[in-house]
Design a protein. Structure first.
Length: 71
């Protein structure tokens, strides 16, 4: 590969777009509903919130672009 360009990006949790906010509200509604009616789901949520608060500092994605040598 030649002319390789790499660009990394952090993951963001929220978007300003209204349609994304609607989707987020629907997800939270479903989470709340399951939390209220399902004991196993409550246990899962308690385990899930035990992750480190700075977890998103370590998540992201990268874009890598290059040209194949013609050899």
């Amino acid at each position: 590969m030649r002319d390789v360009v790499a660009k990394t990006h952090k993951v963001t949790t929220l978007s300003n777009r209204a349609d994304n906010m609607k989707d987020l509200a629907q997800v939270w509604y479903k989470v709340l509903y399951l939390y209220l009616i399902n004991r196993d789901f409550r246990y899962f949520i308690k385990q899930a919130v035990a992750v480190p608060k700075d977890l998103l500092d370590y998540l992201g994605y990268g874009l890598y672009v290059g040209k194949k040598d013609s050899r």
